[in-house]
Design a protein around this ligand. Structure first.
Ligand code: SF4
Length: 244
């Protein structure tokens, strides 16, 4: 729960919901998150370097040379990174932009940096990236700023080279995506609906809850040995209700 008492949803939260409604429900209603495991932070490092690089061009009024001719507009100056949208008294939605452009019509265009491990010129845009652009356009528009109705993904992809000793070549690939803020509105409404109802079933594709249920039964067996017959009966009835 935040200082203002609202539950603040985000694009990442909505992605969790789409992967598994139960995980989403547990995260927002109980503060229980799935352990993260071992993940690479390399993409975060790329993001920081790209943001600093773009930032260094902000006062010049020019686009950074790596994207000149690939993007419309000028870098927003000063840059607004965070946007908050109050949905109602209980819920809000927030987002953080990597970068933002303003075109000649004073319309805002969100930009997101992506580090790619496969050639972005040869693959379709992931649906999660489309949803992200939708979300960005939604939060900007809800903050009463004019939107161009599209956003950019700026991919960086390490290229092959026989001359790596001269520097690591990177492919810079830009994709322009039309956004649908209404789709974000619907996802938020669905998310609130999930949070307001009882805990959903686990995702059938995730092995963890299956593992947990087996472990729980095993542990409960051991605990049951120490219970009175009346308490044992109640526990078994509860388990049957949970998993029956
Ligand atoms: S099924 Fe997996 S993703 Fe869903 S709640 Fe269980 S652990 Fe989380």
């Amino acid at each position: 729960m935040s200082k203002d008492g609202r539950v603040w949803l985000s694009h990442t939260g909505l992605e969790t919901l789409e992967r598994c409604p139960r995980c989403f429900w547990l995260q927002y209603n109980k503060g229980i998150r799935q352990p993260e495991g071992i993940v690479s932070r390399l993409a975060n490092r790329f993001d920081v370097i790209l943001k600093n690089y773009f930032d260094s061009f902000r006062i010049t009024g020019e686009l950074p040379p790596m994207v000149t001719g690939k993007l419309d507009g000028k870098l927003q100056n000063p840059f607004q990174e965070k946007y908050f949208v109050r949905i109602d008294d209980q819920y809000g939605f927030f987002g953080k932009l990597d970068e933002c452009l303003i075109n000649d019509n004073s319309e805002y265009i969100p930009v997101d940096f992506k580090t790619s491990s496969s050639d972005p010129r040869e693959k379709d845009t992931l649906s999660a990236y489309q949803s992200q652009i939708n979300s960005y356009i939604f939060i900007i528009a809800q903050n009463k700023m004019k939107v161009a109705g599209f956003g950019y993904l700026v991919y960086v992809y390490p290229d092959q080279s026989p001359n790596l000793h001269n520097g690591f070549p990177m492919v810079i690939h830009v994709t322009k995506l039309t956004g649908d803020p209404e789709a974000t509105s619907k996802r938020i409404a669905n998310a609130i609906n999930v949070l307001e109802t009882k805990m959903p079933n686990p995702s059938s594709e995730c092995p963890f809850c299956n593992w947990y249920e087996k472990i729980k039964l095993e542990l409960d067996d051991k605990i049951l040995d120490k219970k009175t017959p009346k308490v044992k009966k109640e526990i078994i009835q509860n388990l049957e209700l949970d998993f029956g």
